[in-house]
Design a protein around this ligand. Structure first.
Ligand code: NDP
Length: 316
C-alpha cells in the first residue's frame, strides 16, 4: 500500500514542494491547508497526480479547527506514516500583535500551539504505522548555536521564564517571555518552541512508540511567500544576498526534496535530532545531525514549556 503523509501548509513554498517530492517517491499526501481553493490551484501548478493527494481544511491558528481536522482524519483512517509540521506565518511588520480566534498572539498560535495540539492528537494514528515519522520544520534563526540565530534584528529568540505563557498568553500579553511585542522575535520564539516540542516528543514518546521525531533546516528558501509581509526592497535584496553573499540560498524544489528525504529515506531514521545541510550550500553535500542551542535542549525547560502549552491548548 502507498505510505501516507499529512503536510501542513502545503499550499505554497516548502510544503508544496515537499508534497511533490513525496508523491514522486510513491507516497500519498493529504495537503492540510487553510485555503483549499489556493491549495488545489497550487497542486495543479505542479501537475500533481490527483490520485496521489487529497485536500483537507486546517486552520492551525484555531484550536477548534485542529480538533475538527483530527476528527475527520481519525474517522477515515486508522494509521498515518508521517506528519510534517510545516505551516508558518511570519509577520515582521506588525506593530500590534495579531490575535488567533482563541485570543493568542497569531504567530505563536499558528506555528507552535496548532502544531503542538495536532502532533499530540495524531500520535495514536502514527503508532498504527510500521515506521512512522513526525517531522518539524525548524530554522537557523531560532538556533543561537548558529550565526543566523544571533542576529539581533529585532532580537534573538528568547523565551525568558515563560512569564507570558504563565499569565495565560491572551491580551494584553503578546510574547512568551511576557515582554513588549516584537513581531520578528515572535516568529523566532515560535520556531524555537516547535523545535523544543520535537525534542520533548522524542523524550516522552520515542522509546514507547518507535515514532521518529526530527526537525530540519532545509536552507534559506529566500523566495517563498513566507517573506510576503516584509518590505518590497527586502524581497528583492534578500534572495540576492543569500545567493551571492552568504551562499545560503536553496530553491523551493530542493527544500521540498530535503523535507521528503527526512520523511521517507532510510538514512534519516534517527529520532531526537535536527538535520541540516549547513548554511553555505555546496553541491553534493550530505545532511548532518546538528547540535542545537542550550536554549533548545535544556530538559527541565522543555518539560516546563510542554506543561504550560498542554494547559493553554486544552490538551490536558
Ligand atoms: P510559505 O509562506 O510559502 O508557506 C507557509 C504555508 O503555511 C502556506 O501554505 C500557508 O498557507 C500555511 N499557513 C499559514 N498559516 C496557516 C494556518 N493558520 N493554517 C494552515 N496553514 C497555514 O512559507 P515557507 O514555505 O517558506 O515556509 C514553510 C516552513 O519552512 C515554515 O515552517 C518556515 O518556518 C520554514 N522555513 C522556511 C525557510 C525559508 O527560508 N523560507 C527557512 C527555514 C525554515 P497560505 O498559502 O494559505 O498562506
Amino acid at each position: 500500500p502507498m505510505p501516507r503523509a499529512i503536510v501542513t501548509g502545503a499550499s505554497s513554498g516548502v510544503g508544496l514542494h515537499a508534497t511533490k517530492s513525496l508523491i514522486d517517491r510513491g507516497w500519498h499526501v493529504t495537503m492540510a491547508c487553510r485555503d483549499l481553493a489556493k491549495a488545489e490551484a497550487a497542486a495543479r501548478s505542479l501537475d500533481l497526480d490527483p490520485g496521489r493527494y487529497a485536500l483537507a481544511h486546517l486552520d492551525l491558528g484555531s484550536l477548534a479547527s485542529v480538533r475538527a481536522f483530527h476528527a475527520n482524519i481519525a474517522r477515515d483512517h486508522d494509521s498515518l506514516d508521517a506528519l510534517v509540521c510545516n505551516a508558518a506565518v511570519y509577520k515582521p511588520r506588525l506593530t500590534q500583535p495579531g490575535r488567533s480566534p482563541d485570543g493568542f498572539e497569531i504567530s505563536v498560535a499558528t506555528n507552535y500551539f496548532g502544531h503542538f495540539l495536532l502532533a499530540n492528537l495524531m500520535l495514536p494514528l502514527l503508532e498504527g504505522a510500521p515506521s512512522p515519522r513526525l517531522i518539524t520544520l525548524g530554522t537557523v534563526t531560532a538556533n543561537s548555536e548558529e550565526f543566523g540565530g544571533k542576529v539581533p534584528i529585532p532580537a534573538p529568540a528568547d523565551l525568558g521564564d515563560f512569564a507570558g505563557l504563565k499569565a495565560g498568553f491572551r491580551a494584553p500579553v503578546a510574547m512568551i517571555d511576557g515582554k513588549p511585542f516584537k513581531a520578528g522575535k515572535a516568529y523566532k520564539d515560535s520556531k524555537l518552541c516547535t523545535m523544543m516540542m520535537s525534542r520533548e516528543l522524542h523524550t516522552r514518546h520515542h522509546a514507547r512508540t518507535g515514532i521518529v521525531f526530527a526537525t530540519l533546516y532545509p536552507g534559506c528558501v529566500a523566495d517563498t511567500p513566507l517573506f510576503r509581509d516584509t518590505p518590497k526592497a527586502f524581497q528583492t535584496i534578500f534572495p540576492w544576498f543569500q545567493k551571492n553573499v552568504t551562499k545560503g540560498y536553496v530553491s523551493q524544489a530542493l527544500s521540498g526534496e530535503r523535507v521528503a528525504m527526512v520523511v521517507a529515506d532510510p538514512e534519516f531514521a534517527q529520532s531526537g535530532v535536527h538535520w541540516s545541510w549547513g548554511n553555505r550550500q555546496r553541491e553534493g553535500r550530505s545532511a548532518f545531525a546538528q547540535g542545537l542551542s542550550t536554549k533548545a535542549t535544556d530538559a527541565a525547560r522543555s518539560a516546563e514549556l510542554w506543561e504550560l502549552t498542554a494547559a493553554l491548548t486544552g490538551l490536558t
